[in-house]
Design a protein around this ligand. Sequence first.
Ligand code: TTP
Ligand code: CA
Ligand code: CA
Length: 331
Amino acid sequence: MATKRKLPDNPNSELVDFLHELADYEKNVSRLIHKYNAYRKAASSIAKIDHKIETIKDIKGIEGIGKKIEAKIEQYLSTGKIKKLETNRGDETGAAINQMTRIMGIGPAHANKLVHQEKIKSIDELRSHPKRDQLLNKTQQLGLKYLEEFEQKILRDEMKQMETILLREINAIDDQLKAEIVGSYRRGAAASSDIDVLVTHPTATILPSLLHKIVDTLTKKVHFITDTISIGDSKFMGVCQMNASKLHRRIDIRVFPSEQYYCALLYFTGNDLLNRQMRIVAQEQGYKLNEYSIQKVGSTGVLSKPLPVTSEKDVFDYLQMDYKEPNQRNM
Ligand code: TTP
Ligand code: CA
Ligand code: CA
């Protein structure tokens, strides 16, 4: 994960990267999620500061930085290093575990097992391991195959080109199909980690077969999809490539019936922090909000039928929140 987060324009990007590295170690090696969350929060607060931090005074009173992390930042400012980070980097087993979690589908538990039980110390060792295909499921095998490619961000220009192909092919299947690229791209990001596609059709009953038809077309007709990780009635996860000169990218395609489309559009546009915030506001106001619908929660906890939603703004309105354009949703 650490390599995915690049903040080229941030004046404190080195410190932010260091905090992410400390966070990943806590999540993957120590498996202390509260410490992971604390580092992530601190990193996110620092990333929002638009000038170079010179002394510890520059971060006084900033939300999300506790005493212990503050002390580490102080070390960084005075010595350019963080002792804990140096120690972590010297921990070979820890480093190996961290390496394994770079692979899609491998979490901390599986990574620990590969390192402690199978004594695998690096990605290269895993790649050339005689039992490789027994040690990994299909998702993880694809994750290993495309590891370096999946870690490269997709620039907006390539996202746009992929959008053109996707919308063209989806519309050619059925001109009533409506598709949008969501996720960070819809929020205006200059670069994205993967491509998220949302599809709907006015006739809800045929959605599963439509998803299969879309995936089939994108695989066999235009050779855009190269691998399937998983496919169900409403969700496809896979790998795509715009052409042979471009990298392999992760792609998610989801289909929703039209009455759920705008709740799904809101949710899959994100970001995740806004989703969490809106879910809490919903709870406070007696609603239940998720990627499918918004419902009223009755006094006995009984849920109403899904409320009518014909735009994202309808959801903001129910919650009495000011509407946010997609590019204002980077919380
Ligand atoms: P992602 O594709 O994981 O994230 P993203 O598109 O915002 O950013 P990136 O460029 O790194 O891919 O998920 C798409 C949206 O789905 C996300 O913006 C919000 C929602 N989501 C959550 O609310 N919670 C989650 O845990 C995940 C994975 C996604
Ligand atoms: Ca995404
Ligand atoms: Ca995604």
